[in-house]
Design a protein around this ligand. Structure first.
Ligand SMILES: [Zn+2]
Length: 219
């Protein structure tokens, strides 16, 4: 029966959490949703938006939170648990990926501490090629590997489709949100021109004013 396979395709557990997944909220392509949610599970944004101070937080602060996060995404069996060691490694992986993405795309090919660090970490999250029914080839966690290896698989996919350079850390020091640049030239520096870009421009303007000789100040 033709439709039989359709039921098998969507085998992932439905999302049952109260909050909307970040990748859905910010409409990032589905193939990088896990990676996007993972790197932005550490929210460092510290700014005022519409009169409200945004306080950053870490969605994966404890092993229990990581467990829940992974379960919601079908990355952990119902009875499996995340050990303290696995939690530490997960946070290291997140830092490693964030540090690498923090590099400007043109600097990512050069030897860097972030590159060395990420290569070391990736050996703890091995991947394997798996051919599924229908001939689809996926890069997923190797047998026995932590399911978070999928984040690295998504990075690889983005890289081979020449889109990894579009995944960047916002240039605003008060933000540092990881965003996917969908602009045509792919040269955006801020996650939001309206928020982070304008804040930056306003500050630069004030700094220029302060730096100007007294006689030129508008007051
Ligand atoms: Zn930003």
């Amino acid at each position: 029966m033709i439709l039989a396979g359709v039921h098998c395709v969507n085998h992932q557990r439905p999302y049952t959490g109260v909050e909307m997944k970040l990748s859905k909220k910010f409409l990032v392509p589905a193939e990088l949703a896990l990676l996007y949610d993972f790197v932005n599970s550490l929210d460092l944004r510290q700014y005022t938006e519409k009169g409200k101070q945004h306080e950053g937080h870490d969605e994966l602060a404890t092993a229990g939170q990581l467990e829940e996060w992974m379960r919601e995404r079908g990355l952990l069996d119902a009875r499996a648990a995340v050990s303290a060691q696995a939690h530490r490694m997960a946070l290291k992986l997140r830092t490693g990926i964030r540090d690498y993405l923090q590099l400007a795309p043109e600097d990512r090919s050069a030897q860097s501490q972030a590159m060395v660090q990420l290569n070391e970490l990736s050996s703890a999250f091995p991947l394997a090629v798996a051919v599924s029914r229908g001939g689809r080839i996926n890069l997923g966690p190797a047998p026995g590997s932590n399911a978070l290896a999928r984040e690295l698989g998504e990075m690889y996919l983005l890289s081979v489709t020449a889109r990894l350079e579009r995944l960047k850390v916002c240039a605003s020091q008060e933000c540092r949100w990881v965003f996917f640049d969908r602009s045509k030239p792919g040269n955006r520096r801020w996650c939001s021109t309206a928020l982070c870009g304008n804040r930056h421009k306003t500050r630069s303007y004030r700094q220029r004013q302060r730096a100007a000789p007294d006689g030129l100040k508008i007051s």
